[in-house]
Design a protein around this ligand. Structure first.
Ligand code: ASP
Length: 282
């Protein structure tokens, strides 16, 4: 089995992306996918998807971790989830505040009985487990918030799907949300609609959380692949079904036979993959 890796950096925003940002995103995605692919050679799909998403969270160009969107009350709340296709375990945090890498809190929760925590419970758990206080706000996001631009742009979640040398698949997704949301709003990113994997396939989504949840998108695509469809066909059929409500979503995925696929309902999700050679789209 040859290892495969695909990552995404959410949707490209014409209104916010000048040539300089575009090139910076391209460079960041290329570097992160290559570093993560090297990591995948000696680590599992699960460990690598956390590694890749942590790097994406640390890059202020993307809406996850450092540089996350600010919610309508001026606070940043992060959501992230992880799914191990081998053990079929899902873990996640919803609307956690003041941590650097929400995906690493999700990783820690993998070995707990209670594996999805929200709000203050997630925050408390992170503190008890050594995650230090970290404010993910950047001057750029504050500026956008103050200009109330976020209401119209906001999409830029990050994610990774990895297939390791032993044939195991994992998916990880992390977001700062859609920007300007009502505090308490739950994103798709820490649900099985936004992030799912089993022994057959793994999917990470970005886009409008409400549309992704309405479609049950990740779990639906993975179920179709499990029942024998190719990844491409499963994605196309599932995206077709979102057309009736103009669902806004993008996905990256890998099937256990090595098929990699990405698609989006609206232009353009930014992504990168590594499989012998590098592909980047920004
Ligand atoms: N899916 C995320 C959310 O709705 C946003 C995004 O993907 O950019 O919270």
């Amino acid at each position: 089995m040859r290892a495969k890796l695909i990552i995404h950096g959410g949707f490209f925003s014409e209104s916010l992306t000048n040539q300089e940002i575009k090139l910076a995103k391209q460079e960041a995605l290329s570097e992160i996918v290559q570093k993560s692919y090297i990591h995948l050679k000696t680590h599992t799909a699960l460990q690598t998807s956390v590694f890749a998403v942590s790097l994406l969270e640390d890059c202020p160009l993307f809406n996850a971790g450092l540089g996350s969107q600010i919610q309508s009350d001026g606070k940043i709340r992060l959501s992230a989830s992880l799914m191990d296709g081998k053990s079929q375990k899902f873990s996640g945090v919803i609307n956690i505040e003041d941590v650097k890498n929400a995906i690493q809190v999700a990783e820690k929760l993998m070995c707990e009985e209670d594996r999805v925590l929200s709000g203050s419970g997630a925050h408390e758990y992170a503190r008890q487990n050594g995650f230090e206080h970290f404010n993910p706000e950047t001057a750029q996001r504050r500026k956008e918030y103050e200009e109330k631009l976020s209401a119209s742009i906001g999409l830029g979640t990050v994610g990774c799907v990895a297939l390791d040398n032993d044939g195991n698949i994992a998916a990880a997704t992390s977001t700062g949300g859609k920007g300007f949301e009502i505090p308490g709003r739950v994103s798709d990113s820490a649900t099985v609609a936004g992030n799912f994997a089993n022994g057959y396939a793994g999917i990470s989504c970005t886009g409008v959380g409400e549309d992704i949840v309405s479609a049950g998108l990740s779990v639906k695509i993975v179920t179709r692949v499990t029942d024998g469809m190719s990844l491409q066909k499963a994605c196309r059929k599932s995206f077709e079904e979102m057309k009736s409500y103009d669902g806004f979503a993008g996905i990256i995925g890998i099937r256990s036979d090595g098929e990699m696929y990405h698609c989006d309902s609206h232009p353009y999700m930014v992504w990168a993959s590594y499989d012998k050679q590098l592909s980047v789209f920004v």
